[in-house]
Design a protein around this ligand. Structure first.
Ligand code: NAD
Ligand code: TYD
Length: 357
């Protein structure tokens, strides 16, 4: 892999992945071309120091993956020989409110990249597609998702990711494109946009605002520390068999209400008590449930453990402590991603499209 195209590299996992490759992966010697449309979820400044430290190994291109002509130029000008595809609309609640963008980016955008890779099949060594365990639907109290679990997506987001997984697999079966797919559980860690559960709760708890917990708070997610996920993606890209799928989990099942309580206790400990001394757990408010809310996700990671020797390193206790500490230490990053001034900065640097919400 001399020229690796990373899509969505200014989003949460993409930023962590590019940092992981350039700073912590001695067996990666190539260049990274990061293509990102800069939606509301992106922050190109999360990588500004890397662009300066590795000018010959890192390049950012502001583009939409669904823009075929533009992406063809990127593939050819950069001589792309491998793809790691993160770009997506990724938030379930937004997909319920406005599904269209999920179809355009997650389905049409993925198809566009597959076609461009197919046209350059002699050069493309690997097309890795990053997907979610949400394609499998909801578990009851028992059992785990494996690579053999039938697809049963429930939200528009999950349905769009399921569609993209099927396209990727079909481009392998039909055209022999050397694809791999990973379906991972909920990630958490530094640089996550504060609309997802953990960063939203950290910041609301810090600021003394209500903590909205959907339904009875007993929905269960399997939490995967983002750096562990990055390591798994790299392992699959470099050692996984073409055409193969890998389920990736954190081995950390928690009910939402327990996650929120842990966050409250960590913020109390690390940021100090609220002015009135009341514990932040008192900020929890049970609110109307999400429509079609999946009850439980959990991953059986036997395949990636046995075939690729990958295990998560971080426990939920240590990972969550690191995450809370990171948000407390990066108030400037938080203020930037929430501010209108930040949108203005993107428009000034990358043009009007960069501000598309
Ligand atoms: P994110 O929303 O934080 O970032 C997505 C990035 O993609 C943003 O930088 C955005 O600007 C970019 N993007 C969106 N549309 C684009 C387009 N049309 N062209 C180019 N760039 C575009 O998402 P994330 O949490 O980093 O997730 C990355 C991938 O991992 C997604 O494919 C998601 O489905 C998958 N995933 C995420 C999780 C999780 O817990 N975050 C879990 C399982 C799978
Ligand atoms: P989220 O971070 O949106 O990830 P996903 O929907 O992809 O699993 O939500 C994680 C869980 O937390 C999910 O069960 C919904 C719940 N949740 C809340 O209870 N309150 C909130 O404000 C949010 C954003 C999520």
């Amino acid at each position: 892999m001399k020229a690796l195209l990373v899509t969505g590299g200014c989003g949460f996992i993409g930023v962590n992945f590019i940092r992981f490759l350039l700073e912590e992966t001695p067996d990666f010697h190539g260049r990274i071309v990061n293509v990102d449309k800069l939606t509301y979820a992106a922050n190109p400044r999360s990588l500004a120091d890397l662009a300066e430290a590795h000018p010959d190994r890192y390049r950012f291109v502001h583009a939409d993956i669904a823009d075929r002509a533009r992406m063809a130029r990127v593939f050819d000008e950069e001589q792309v020989d491998a793809v790691c595809h993160f770009a997506a609309e990724s938030h379930v609640d937004r997909s319920i409110a406005a599904p269209d963008a999920f179809i355009v980016t997650n389905v049409v955008g993925t198809c566009t990249l597959l076609e461009l890779a197919r046209e350059r099949a002699d050069r493309i060594a690997r097309f890795h597609h990053v997907s979610t365990d949400e394609v499998f639907g909801s578990l009851g109290p028992e059992g785990y998702f494996t690579e053999e679990t039938p697809y049963h997506p429930n939200s528009p987001y999950a349905a769009s990711k399921a569609a993209s997984d099927h396209l990727v697999r079909a481009w392998h079966t039909t055209y022999g494109l050397p694809v791999t797919i990973s379906n991972c559980s909920n990630n958490y860690g530094p640089f996550q946009f504060p609309e997802k559960l953990i960063p939203l709760m950290i910041l609301n708890a810090l600021e003394g605002r209500p903590l909205p917990v959907y339904g009875d708070g007993r929905n269960v997610r399997d939490w995967l520390y983002v750096r562990d996920h990055c390591e798994a993606v790299w392992r699959v890209m470099t050692r996984g068999a073409p055409g193969r799928t890998y389920a990736v989990g954190g081995g950390a099942e928690e009910a939402n209400i327990d996650v929120v309580h842990r966050v409250c206790d960590l913020v109390d400990e690390l940021a100090g008590p609220r002015p009135d001394g009341a514990p932040r757990r008192e900020l929890v408010r049970f609110v109307a449930d999400r429509p079609g809310h999946d009850r439980r996700y959990a991953i059986d990671g036997t395949r990636i453990g046995r075939e690729l020797g990958w295990q998560p390193r971080e426990s939920f206790e240590t990972g969550l402590r690191r995450t809370v500490a990171w948000y407390l230490a990066h108030a400037d990053w938080v203020a930037a991603v929430r501010s209108g001034a930040y949108r203005d900065w993107i428009r000034a640097h990358y043009g009007e499209e960069g501000g598309a919400m």
